[in-house]
Ligand binder design. Structure first.
Ligand code: SF4
Ligand code: SF4
Ligand code: SF4
Length: 279
């Protein structure tokens, strides 16, 4: 039954948004996302031991066309952070703002960084790269994420206030798709080499993604968390070794605590590899 929870949540979100905003696209997007995540959860349960993460990676791959094809074709809005700053600057409440609110600001109050684990279109590519993770990326390098965050916010601000870029005339319905394509291209152009260079598929998430820093704020108080079971942790270290986000899972679980680290993307790898089902 737990497998279907994402699908039920998606149906709830669909009905609320369709009733309030009235756009038919919501009837496609959210059921598709919910069904894909439920399928991934189901596959995680069914696949052989060493291949269970394939279920999540299939989910994230199935969801990516929603953001990379469906929305660009039928909605033509830029969902990247710079686009949201433009929209907020002119007080234009659009579907892009709804996406940001659900996936990156208010949703994470419930499902933490589940979007990063199961629905992000950038990670949909990164997670399939033929890279074998070697060690942890130092925390000092991870702090570098503040630079792209500042750039993503300052760029639209400067264009509007210094170079008099007219958002309503030049951006809305005209250059939004160009910004979306350019923003995504930058993410992939940075994310793919970073994965090979730092030997970590999720290197971009850890050292360069500006959105991750925004999501970490609501994720710090999220409801859904990886938690210990009644079984006792034998401190084998497998969870730490296999966590794609370098979370000190053992530190939390061996103390009987829920994992509060805001880097957790709810991929459930730690639970899968635990030999005593302590997670
Ligand atoms: S950290 Fe950024 S790139 Fe990585 S999964 Fe999350 S939103 Fe996507
Ligand atoms: S703590 Fe567990 S669920 Fe969270 S990212 Fe690490 S392996 Fe995935
Ligand atoms: S994998 Fe399980 S037993 Fe091993 S350290 Fe992690 S929680 Fe403890």
């Amino acid at each position: 039954m737990a497998t279907f929870i994402p699908f039920f949540i998606a149906l709830l979100v669909t009905s609320i948004l369709y009733k309030t905003v009235g756009w038919w696209g919501f009837l496609v997007i959210f059921p598709w996302i919910g069904a894909s995540i439920s399928l991934g959860r189901h596959l995680q349960g069914k696949l052989p031991k060493g291949q269970k993460d394939m279920g999540r990676r299939i989910s994230i791959l199935l969801i990516s066309p929603v953001f990379l094809l469906f929305l660009p074709i039928f909605n033509k809005e830029n969902l990247q952070l710079e686009g949201i700053v433009f929209l907020l600057l002119v007080g234009y409440f659009s579907k892009g703002v709804i996406h940001y609110a659900i996936a990156k600001v208010f949703g994470p109050l419930i499902w933490g960084r589940g979007f990063c684990g199961w629905a992000c279109w950038t990670a949909a590519v990164l997670d399939w790269l033929p890279v074998k993770k070697e060690g942890r990326i130092p925390d000092s390098i991870k702090n570098f994420r503040i630079v792209p965050l500042v750039i993503s916010i300052m760029l639209p601000l400067m264009l509007v206030f210094v170079f008099s870029y007219d958002v309503r005339r030049d951006y809305l319905y005209k250059q939004e798709m160009l910004w979306m394509i350019a923003g995504n291209a930058v993410y992939y152009v940075l994310g793919i080499p970073l994965a090979f260079w730092l030997k970590d598929r999720r290197a971009f998430c850890k050292v360069a993604c500006p959105v991750s820093l925004i999501m970490k704020i609501p994720a710090s108080v999220s409801l859904a968390r990886v938690k210990p079971t009644k079984n006792k942790c034998v401190q084998c270290g497998q969870c730490n070794k296999n966590c794609p986000m370098d979370v000190d899972v053992m530190g939390y679980i061996s103390q009987g605590e829920k994992v509060r680290d805001t880097e957790c993307i709810l991929c459930l790898e730690c639970s899968r590899v635990c030999p005593v089902k302590a997670i």
